[in-house]
Design a protein around this ligand. Structure first.
Ligand code: FE2
Length: 158
């Protein structure tokens, strides 16, 4: 019987197991290599997420230059999981780029909500009525999350 995929420390079952034992520089090179197989790039992505820290965040953000919307969507997702403020300007940049794939902009908005830094609020408000409904709804959710967290969770009843 096939082994079941491991649940990560983030509580998610990842589409690819993290590569292990590699330095951030190697992982970054693999993640940013447009010729590399997507499975291997995803492995590097999850390894960087698990490592954490500013250098890992910057390595992940560097791959926002990729042409793959799927990869960029996944990057935004893990940056949200990492909840590191260093990712905020990179995610704002993805959300503000109206040429960017809708899937990436939606995930950037949700990640900004998950990180919980109110610096993102004005950007989220700017796109809460975006023509792309998926982006608009994601901004609405992120705004509510930021408000919910900063209100000490008192203003919103369950
Ligand atoms: Fe998504």
């Amino acid at each position: 019987m096939a082994e079941r995929p491991d649940v990560s420390e983030f509580g998610s079952v990842d589409p690819a197991p993290p590569s292990d034992g590699l330095a951030v520089g190697k992982l970054r090179a693999s993640l940013c290599d447009e010729e590399e197989r997507m499975f291997q790039r995803m492995r590097a992505l999850f390894a960087l997420r698990n490592k954490g820290g500013k250098e890992a965040v910057e390595a992940l953000a560097a791959a926002f230059d990729s042409s793959s919307a799927l990869l960029k969507h996944e990057i935004a997702y893990v940056l949200g999981q990492m909840q590191d403020d260093h990712a905020v300007p990179h995610l704002i940049e993805r959300l503000e780029d109206i040429e960017e794939d809708v899937m990436v902009r939606h995930e950037a908005a949700e990640a900004l909500g998950a990180i919980g830094n109110r610096v993102a609020m004005s950007t989220l408000e700017k796109f809460v009525e975006d023509d792309e409904i998926v982006v608009a709804e994601s901004c609405e959710v992120a705004i509510d999350l930021l408000n919910w967290v900063s209100s000490d969770r008192l203003d919103y009843s369950d």
